[in-house]
Design a protein around this ligand. Structure first.
Ligand SMILES: C[S@@+](CC[C@H](N)C(=O)[O-])C[C@H]1O[C@@H](n2cnc3c(N)ncnc32)[C@H](O)[C@@H]1O
Length: 222
């Protein structure tokens, strides 16, 4: 990981406890727009992705709460955190007893943030920075997918990949606050939490974050 990406994350965030998961501290930003402009200036990309990595998203917050309440879901298991952003879900899994955690995200700053956040929590997360959705799912025991259904392009690719992971024997857990593209018919709700986010990102500060497993047979049949 480039030192400059880590320096950028440190310069534009503050390490602080995560609302509702105070045992976890993350490098988080207060405002999205100034940070987005800073990413644009830093990278020279006129249309960079939102700095997702600088916030704990409602789906990840729900998954983190679930793992704290149900450590048996990951304890003693190898976890893969898809679209890891800040690395929140991977860190929550390690806190719950996962033996190892890998986070994958396409954003270079997400990779840097995950490394820094893991270290701030005394954890180690293996970070992959690439798009794995065209690859075979990894050899992991549990796949975590926090807040992946916010945009059509990504949403359309996540469920088929998760189903392949499930068919290879992985246990899949999804966290989501009811995003537009969530394939609710293919999921089974396991738990629901009031999660506190920020109106920088959401219409409401308090969202209902739900945790799901995959339905045995997808809604469209097999
Ligand atoms: C809304 S954030 C969720 C982050 C984290 N899971 C959480 O709940 O706080 C979505 C993340 O998906 C990442 N992402 C988008 N497309 C991706 C892809 N094809 N593979 C991996 N990550 C991707 C983005 O960079 C972003 O960090």
């Amino acid at each position: 990981m480039a030192v400059s990406a880590r320096a950028f994350v440190l310069r534009h965030t503050r390490l602080r406890p995560v609302p509702g998961l105070e045992e976890i501290r993350l490098h988080l930003a207060d405002q999205v727009l100034p940070l987005w402009h800073a990413v644009e200036a830093e990278t020279g990309d006129p249309d960079p992705p939102l700095p997702y990595w600088a916030f704990a998203w409602a789906g990840g917050l729900a998954l983190g709460r679930y793992l704290r309440e149900h450590p048996e879901a990951v304890a003693g298991r190898r976890v893969f955190d898809l679209a890891s952003g800040s690395g929140l879900c991977a860190i929550a899994a390690l806190n719950a007893g996962a033996t190892q955690a890998t986070g994958v995200d396409i954003d270079v700053f997400a990779a840097a943030a995950t490394e820094l956040n893991a270290r701030a929590n005394g954890r180690r997360v293996t970070v992959l920075r690439r798009d794995v959705l065209d690859e075979e799912p990894p050899d992991a025991d549990v796949i975590l997918a926090g807040d992946c259904w916010y945009v059509a392009g990504l949403a359309g690719r996540v469920l088929p990949w998760l189903l392949r992971a499930r068919d290879r024997g992985a246990h899949v857990l999804v966290g989501d606050p009811g995003r537009r593209y969530l394939p609710a018919g293919d999921l089974i709700e396991l738990a629901s939490y009031d999660v506190r986010t920020t109106t920088e990102l959401e219409d409401l500060e308090l969202k209902q974050g739900r945790v799901y497993g995959l339905r045995q047979v997808p809604a469209g049949g097999i």
